[in-house]
Design a protein around this ligand. Structure first.
Ligand SMILES: [Zn+2]
Length: 109
């Protein structure tokens, strides 16, 4: 029987995969396209920053915290965490219950 993952387990695993992909890409770039290194440097910097940002957001939302969005009945994780999971919706371990709900419109009263 497979262990049912939570987003708290799923997301760090995906981030680790992203990091591996990025490291592999950087290694290949260094070997195959040294001339284009400067162009790729910006891309690489942004990718690292995205990864760091995602890990930071996850850390801010895994413990007790105040989040303007409530968890759904299907998923105990807050909407911020479910939004973080969206880029990995094609992953076989991704669960439908994690899908973020429709963005709440600000009520004008
Ligand atoms: Zn939250």
């Amino acid at each position: 029987m497979g262990h049912i993952q939570t987003l708290t387990e799923f997301l760090p695993a995906r981030f680790a995969e992203d990091e591996d992909l990025l490291r592999g890409w950087l290694e290949r770039m260094g070997r195959e396209d040294p001339a284009g290194a400067e162009t790729h440097e910006k891309q690489a910097w942004r990718s690292w920053a995205e990864l760091a940002k995602n890990r930071l957001i996850l850390r801010l939302h895994t413990g007790p915290h105040v989040c303007p969005s409530e968890p759904s009945e299907l998923s105990p994780e807050c909407s911020t965490m479910r939004a973080l999971g969206l880029p990995y919706a094609e992953h076989p371990d991704y669960q439908i219950a994690w899908r973020p709900g429709p963005a709440r419109q600000a009520s004008s009263g």
